[in-house]
Design a protein around this ligand. Structure first.
Ligand SMILES: [Cu+2]
Length: 154
């Protein structure tokens, strides 16, 4: 009987030890997870600006009548950001002499010139889709549509 109690105590000690190790492992995993999540949260809240690069491009061809046809584009045409994320948009002018533009709904405007980098900053507080519109090439009739999309996720 007494021996049985001793074995029971030993079991209790092991159980406590194993329980303690499991608890420490859980705490360590939890801390590790929090550490993993933290940088992403800070970059979208009050962290550093994220730079996104765009270029101006051009589609050019000869139509059936021998006339040159062309269309200017932002490339990439769609970018994705998070709500509240501070974004630095760096646009390099490759094709086309000048592209004066506005970003609809974000109160941003600028101009991209050939061989030059134009940088604008913005922070979208509302999720949605915002358009970067070139005022010279807004549609097919004006050698566009030079319209890009900024998708702001929650
Ligand atoms: Cu343009």
């Amino acid at each position: 009987m007494a021996k049985l109690v001793v074995i029971g105590r030993k079991h209790m000690r092991w159980a406590k030890l194993i329980g303690g190790i499991a608890l420490l492992a859980c705490a360590a995993m939890l801390l590790w997870r929090v550490d993993e999540v933290r940088p992403a949260m800070s970059s979208s809240d009050s962290g550093k600006e994220r730079t996104i690069h765009l270029v101006t491009g051009e589609f050019k061809s000869t139509g059936p009548d021998g006339q040159e046809i062309e269309a200017y584009r932002w490339d990439p045409g769609t970018i994705y950001v998070k709500k509240g994320e501070r974004i630095k948009l760096s646009i390099f002018g490759v094709n086309g002499a000048s592209h004066p533009f506005v970003i609809d709904g974000l109160n941003v405007k600028g101009e991209v010139k050939k061989g030059q980098e134009t940088v604008v900053s913005f922070k979208a507080d509302k999720p949605g889709i915002y358009r970067i519109i070139c005022l010279t090439h807004p549609d097919i009739a004006h050698h566009g549509p030079m319209i890009g999309y900024i998708v702001v996720d929650k």
